[in-house]
Design a protein around this ligand. Structure first.
Ligand code: ZN
Length: 220
């Protein structure tokens, strides 16, 4: 099978558009190296690309994506840990100032966990992986009278908070957060609405960002 035509066409558009405009920036970044201030931990979901949502330019975001934007707890057990390696690089080498855990609506990983469905794939990686969010589900509690949509949304947001909690199990990161050198944030993207919610650290609520700018835009 040939290289996907979608990618060839996309690359052509990138070359004549963005690359043409930003060639200088790419060259500069190649020479000076990257120094992004913001690290984003997001989901693999093809609808929630952080660079698209935050309209980011090359060099601005250090991104790690995995199924359901999960941060596993600190486990220096000699096994390979992808998120932990990215965190170590982002924190110790790049010295990012912000870490954002970006959750989203309609998250397949969270849904699979909620349904206690058979793993999405024939192997058992996803089931095992999603178990990391068990403390989040325990905090949300049983579905009770909640609609399925509301219940899943709560799980998705609790899963973001669980990842924030797990970030604090990394000793070096924890001391940087406590010393005010790094801030960690939770955010949630509504795929259908395009709304971005950011977690208020004091209340724990997810609050819409720029909602006032969006309302007139939608009314147009
Ligand atoms: Zn997802």
């Amino acid at each position: 099978m040939p290289f996907p035509e979608l990618l060839i066409q996309g690359y052509r558009a990138f070359r004549s558009g963005r690359l043409a405009r930003e060639q200088g920036r790419f060259r500069e970044l190649a020479e000076s190296g990257q120094s992004p201030d913001v690290m984003v931990i997001g989901c693999c979901d093809s609808r929630v690309s952080p660079e698209v949502i935050f309209d980011a330019r090359p060099g601005e975001l250090f991104v790690v994506r995995n199924v359901a934007n999960i941060v596993p707890p600190y486990e220096p057990d000699g096994h390979a840990h992808g998120v932990s390696a990215a965190l170590e690089f982002g924190v110790a080498a790049l010295r990012v100032k912000h870490i954002v855990v970006l959750g989203h609506a309609h998250c397949g990983g969270v849904k699979a966990f909620a349904d206690e469905a058979a793993p999405l794939s024939p192997g058992d990686f996803i089931g095992n992986w999603m178990r990391i969010m068990a403390p989040a589900a325990a905090k949300v509690g049983p579905r009770g009278g909640l609609s399925r949509t509301d219940y899943i949304m709560r799980l998705e947001q609790a899963n973001v908070v669980n990842s924030l909690d797990n970030l604090m199990t990394f000793p070096r990161l924890r001391s940087l957060v406590e010393g005010g050198q790094i801030a960690i944030h939770g955010a949630y993207f509504g795929v259908a609405t395009g709304d971005l919610l950011v977690r208020d650290e004091t209340t724990g609520e997810f609050v819409p960002v720029a909602a006032d700018e969006r309302a007139p835009f939608l009314a147009r």
